[in-house]
Design a protein around this ligand. Structure first.
Ligand code: 6GU
Length: 246
């Protein structure tokens, strides 16, 4: 997969050189290309922002550098990328989006700062490529950079070969399938007794059916406690008879 990131702070993305994502890049599974938006400015001060029409606080990112940047980054390649615009006004980003995007060959993230990017940029780009405005949660960040780091990590770990253990992805919180709309329950490792606290005995029983049932019960319990609104989205077929006994 190819991922282009356009930003005024390319240095923000050095974490993508580390750990599993760094290895995925080194092995060629993931091709991340960083671009400095200011390289598409034409004035002496490399201006990327201006005051908002209609007045009000803050600054808005000018359309011209964004238009030229998107033209240059998407130029020459066969096919068009999916353009992601991180913004607190966007549609909530979920694991479903991560799974969907992981199936695509090419993503471009356009990181806005200040009060956002002139709205004509998204409208113009949408004539040539699919565009999604997404938010990573109900709070405000200074720019799209940290949100982009979050989304790139959520997508990258789903690419075949990046995690090494495909099974762990299927068991993750929110994973489409069994963990749809559920968070994972507690996990344990050795020693079996630590500070007098025992690991739940079912996990040492060797009874895989009982372990699966216990994990499902604990996921339901933790979801009810920490994320009750997720259970509201369960349809009648998403709970089995024994789920109702939890
Ligand atoms: Cl994607 N961008 C910004 N600036 N703030 C956010 C966000 C994105 N998601 C939540 N808050």
């Amino acid at each position: 997969m190819r991922i282009d990131i356009i930003t005024i702070f390319p240095d923000y993305f050095t974490p993508l050189e580390l750990s599993l994502i760094g290895k995925a890049r080194a092995s060629g599974l993931l091709d991340v290309r960083l671009h400095d938006l200011r390289s598409w400015t034409r004035d002496r001060h490399n201006t990327v922002d201006d005051t908002p029409y209609g007045g009000g606080p803050g600054m808005v990112m000018k359309p011209e550098p964004w238009g030229e940047a998107l033209d240059a980054v998407t130029d020459g390649a066969a096919g068009a990328p999916r353009l992601v615009l991180p913004t607190p006004s966007g549609v909530p980003f979920t694991q479903r989006d991560a799974v969907r995007w992981a199936g695509e060959p090419w993503l471009v993230f356009a990181c806005g700062r200040y009060e956002g990017i002139d709205s004509r940029v998204a409208v113009d780009a949408a004539e040539r490529m699919p565009v999604e405005e997404v938010s990573i949660g109900d709070y405000v960040l200074n720019g799209g950079e940290s949100a982009t780091l979050v989304m790139v990590e959520a997508v990258s770990r789903l690419l075949p070969g990046v995690l090494g253990n495909a099974e762990s992805v299927a068991q993750d919180s929110f994973a489409p399938g069994v963990m749809d709309n559920l968070v994972e329950g507690p996990v344990y490792t050795k020693p079996a007794v630590w500070r007098g606290r025992e690991v739940p005995p079912v996990l040492l029983s060797g009874n895989h059916g009982a372990v699966d049932r216990w994990r499902r019960d604990e996921a339901l319990r933790r979801t009810a406690r920490n994320r009750p609104e997720l259970l509201d989205r369960f349809g009648p077929d998403d709970l089995d008879r024994r789920d109702r006994e939890v």
